[in-house]
Design a protein around this ligand. Structure first.
Ligand SMILES: *Cc1c(COP(=O)(O)O)cnc(C)c1O
Length: 384
């Protein structure tokens, strides 16, 4: 296997801390999802800087292999259009203020999450002489944005009267599809199906239906409908430890750094701000040039591990903004040695789920929290 590095971003020579994004795995994950959900289409969810993987690069790499792109906010959609992405883009979040004209100018698909919004979209599209592509958002149990399932007919009826709107899709979102107990998720699915009966009852064409996030792709095949919306599993991370692993995906992102300092610390000499850790015997301590200013949570202090020379070592003392310390006891490590913060190294691995467990959060937050200060390096694997 050969590794090729692409030169479209700064690499690890500039900073001793970097993120590696594996394009080969990204494509393989998408392919595995496609196979699992066929004939349903796939909307790749690339919000929040593509879950920390780099929005521009991920979108450019995957847009020819995807049917639709999902982003959270208008700015992300405009960014992709200005980058030259031409496939359909749905902005999943709500429309804020007077943004409707910008959606239309950039040929972005709008989420209509209330009757008033839908009417506003219709009016503005009419003024601009355009037809707006809209997906209706139905709230089946998340209590976030969207029209409640029990009053969905109001937006469905309004849509029939809007002449400048094409209702291309209708969607909902699960609150608990990643749980071991799918009772609430199944209730949501039932409610969504009930809402969809409107079209049959009125002999109207069915819009494109979509509901499944990663967890539902894995656990609720009946929710795949016409399109699925994978986010986290596209990046090779399972949404929760409980959720079934019916599709095999591999982590796309690795976070690495290097040893930049070595010292022996005597007993009774605490390490770092707050002196939260000290040893009762002499230990070898190395410093790594990464900290919470890069998105490595301070709450990981004294809980997390790193891999050096294919062996795990405990981080000690409080994580600083730009640096942190690791106890290698009596082992040796030299300045410049590679350190894995997240990813695989030989037989050892630290997963996003591990870091999430240690930090008391979910893998989503671990990934999206990695700062833009950390350069991303894009690699592809060549099978030989
Ligand atoms: C973020 C998001 C997704 C993707 O969720 P994952 O759990 O990452 O697969 C799908 N749909 C909507 C509406 C979202 O906001």
């Amino acid at each position: 296997m050969q590794i090729h590095q692409s030169a479209n971003t700064t690499n690890g020579d500039i900073r001793a801390t970097w993120v590696e994004v594996n394009f080969t795995r990204l494509s393989q994950n998408l392919q595995a999802i496609r196979t699992h959900v066929a004939p349903a289409k796939v909307m790749i969810v690339v919000k929040a800087n593509a879950y920390g993987h780099g929005l521009a690069e991920v979108a450019k790499h995957l847009s020819s292999q995807a049917d639709y792109i999902g982003v959270a906010v208008l700015e992300e959609g405009i960014f992709l259009r200005e980058l030259g992405v031409t496939i359909p883009i749905l902005v999943l979040g709500g429309i804020w203020g007077d943004q409707v004209p910008q959606y239309l100018q950039h040929n972005l698909t709008l989420t209509a999450s209330s009757v008033e919004r839908l009417e506003q979209i219709d009016t503005i599209a009419g003024q601009m002489g355009l037809k707006a592509k809209v997906h209706l958002k139905i709230d089946t149990g998340m209590e976030r944005i969207g029209v409640h399932y029990y009053s969905a007919h109001t937006i469905q009826e309004t849509a029939q009267m809007c002449v400048n709107v094409e209702v291309e899709g209708i969607f909902s979102h699960f609150a608990n599809a990643d749980s071991g107990d799918l009772t609430h998720a199944r209730l949501q699915l039932e409610r969504f199906n009930e809402v969809l009966r409107f079209y049959e009852n009125h002999s109207l064409p069915m819009p494109m239906r979509h509901m499944a996030n990663s967890a539902a792709i894995l656990q609720i095949p009946e929710s795949h409908f016409d399109m699925v919306r994978p986010g986290i599993m596209l990046y090779g991370v399972y949404p929760s430890p409980e959720s079934a692993r019916t599709v095999q995906v591999l982590p796309v992102l690795a976070w690495k750094t290097r040893v930049v300092y070595f010292k022996v610390v005597k007993p009774g000499h605490p390490v770092s701000y707050g002196s939260s850790w000290q040893s009762d015997h002499p230990v070898r301590i190395v410093t790594l040039p990464v900290g919470y200013g890069d998105g490595y949570f301070r709450s990981l202090s004294n809980k997390t591990k790193v891999i050096i020379h294919e062996k795990k070592y405990p981080q000690v003392g409080n994580v600083c903004m730009d640096q942190m310390m690791v106890n290698i006891e009596t082992d040796s490590a030299f300045n410049g040695d590679d350190v894995t913060l997240l990813g695989e190294s030989g037989r050892e691995a630290i997963t996003a789920q591990d870091l999430a467990d240690w930090a008391g959060t979910i893998p989503y937050e671990i990934l999206t929290n990695i700062n833009t200060r950390v350069p991303r390096v894009y690699i592809t694997e060549d099978e030989e």
